[in-house]
Write a protein of this length. Structure first.
Ligand SMILES: Nc1ncnc2c1ncn2[C@@H]1O[C@H](COP(=O)(O)OP(=O)(O)OP(=O)(O)O)[C@@H](O)[C@H]1O
Length: 225
């Protein structure tokens, strides 16, 4: 994986959300931390092109998030802060199949892929369930299936343990640890990123630390203090 920020920054009108920054991301597990409103989500949304840079450019494996937006979307999966807003169809199985249908796969291929992903995460029991009946942990697992079934190279998770009880938090943590895909996790749950390869700390729209989890978390505690 090769994600490049080349002086990429974002303004929303007069509001600076992210100061221009340049970096390359290639590690398997990357954490993104910082206070509320510090620019974490804006940074992550730049990677799959959901937010366009106001200045500079962002590329994913050489593909520009503005000019190659469609290809980038296929490479970078994104699980939003509230997975209930991303599950579109009422029945989980249909929702997981949705992204594959949109890619024009045939019925038997879709069935096999959906079964495969449900088995991968041991959640076949969720297939016939209605999304609005699921618990937070079950929803997070269903969202993971819907996004990963399309085979992205990189997965971005925005606060994946938010509102989860201890058991579901542990399930999500273990699941993330076992993913072969590259993962970028935005989180206020600091222990979640503590064994990651690299952690980025944002403050007031600026990248203020790009280092090991231990150092980034210590710096964050100072900032928050
Ligand atoms: N669509 C938008 N329009 C205007 N301002 C925005 C928009 N999206 C984000 N912002 C602003 O940009 C700044 C950074 O927001 P961002 O969502 O990236 O922060 P964050 O670190 O992810 O916050 P949190 O931890 O609360 O989710 C904030 O001041 C926010 O109000």
């Amino acid at each position: 994986m090769d994600i490049r920020f080349d002086s990429a920054g974002v303004n929303f009108g007069p509001r600076l959300a992210l100061s221009p920054l340049s970096l390359t991301l290639s590690e398997r597990r990357i954490g993104v931390i910082g206070l509320n409103g510090s620019g974490k989500t804006t940074f992550a949304r730049l990677i799959n092109g959901l937010t366009k840079p106001t200045t500079g450019r962002v590329t994913v494996n050489g593909l520009d998030t503005v000019t190659d937006a469609k290809s980038v979307l296929g490479k970078v999966g994104y699980i939003f802060q509230s997975p209930q807003n991303q599950i579109i169809l009422p029945i989980i199985r249909d929702d997981i199949a949705f992204g594959l249908k949109a890619r024009g796969l045939g019925r038997s291929e879709i069935e096999a892929a959906v079964d495969g992903i449900l088995d991968r995460f041991s959640v076949r029991h969720l297939a016939a369930r209605r999304a609005h009946e699921l618990s937070g942990g079950e929803l997070q697992m269903a969202a993971l299936c819907s996004v990963l079934v399309t085979g992205p190279d990189v997965l971005i998770l925005d606060e994946p343990t938010n509102q989860l009880d201890l058991r579901n938090r542990a399930l999500v943590q273990t699941t993330i640890a076992g993913l072969p895909e590259h993962v970028i996790v935005i989180s206020h749950d600091l222990p979640l990123v503590e064994d990651f390869d690299r952690v980025l700390l944002f403050d007031k729209g600026c990248l203020v630390a790009d280092t090991s989890p231990t150092e980034a978390i210590a710096r964050y505690r100072e900032l928050a203090g």
